[in-house]
Design a protein. Structure first.
Length: 236
């Protein structure tokens, strides 16, 4: 067991060192290409995709360190102590763990592109249930390490709840037309423009208003669901 602890700690620290160097190199590269404003945008707390990718990049290192601590405390971690998978995962499940990390990454990229709009669930890289399971698994692993910040955990919460913004293709089309009218209204500067009346009538679409309200309600419910599944659990 002592050899396993040394191995896991060494792996964890080496992974985190390499990951931090990679992240730093990415920040420097962004600054060289786009200047300080590009770095600000990259590190913005609203850049959910970047924070999710950061957590995923650091998760294996944190997972290894957390597992080493569990071994040190003589807690059972499974039959194969040399398997470098996250806490609570077996060697046989390592492939599914990697798939979940990739799924969270892909979902984060979609959120970054859509920027809070209500869009079709057909854009999702997997079913909502699969994405939920992946987000919870990755968030739990990061939290088990004891080294995830409250800000980063908040990104997971928002990402989880943002599944409420993915609706049926028919409802997405209704919202697309509604948002187009909103944008068109913003672009009209003359208050006497006759098109404003047409836009105002279109914005009275009860279907779009109902979809927005349902999405807000679902967002709030999913926040509570995530808290129950992840943040409400006692830290190990």
């Amino acid at each position: 067991m002592k050899v396993s602890i040394i191995f896991l700690r060494g792996f964890g620290y080496l992974w985190l060192t390499g990951a931090m160097l990679l992240i730093f190199a990415g920040i420097v590269g962004t600054w060289m290409k786009g200047g300080f404003s590009a770095v600000q945008e990259l590190l913005s707390p609203f850049n959910v995709s970047n924070w999710i990718v950061t957590v995923i990049t650091l998760a294996p290192g944190f997972g290894a360190l957390a597992w080493a601590e569990k071994l040190k405390a003589k807690r059972p971690v499974g039959p194969d102590q040399t398997c470098s998978t996250p806490p609570g995962q077996s060697c046989e499940a390592s492939q599914s763990w990697e798939a979940m990390q990739k799924l969270v990454n892909n979902y984060g990229a979609i959120l970054e592109c859509e920027k809070g709009l209500i869009v079709s669930a057909e854009l999702l890289p997997a079913s909502k249930q699969e994405i939920k399971q992946a987000l919870i698994a990755v968030a739990r692993t990061a939290r088990a390490s004891g080294r995830i910040s409250a800000e980063m955990m908040e990104h997971f919460r928002v990402g989880y709840a943002s599944l409420a913004d993915f609706v049926s293709p028919e409802e997405a089309e209704i919202m697309k037309r509604f948002n187009s009218l909103v944008q068109a209204g913003k672009e009209i500067k003359d208050p006497s423009d006759a098109r404003l009346l047409e836009i105002a009538e279109g914005l009275k679409d009860n279907r779009a208003i109902a979809i927005q309200q349902r999405s807000r309600d679902e967002f709030a419910r999913l926040i509570q669901e995530f808290d129950t599944a992840v943040t409400a659990l006692p830290k190990p």
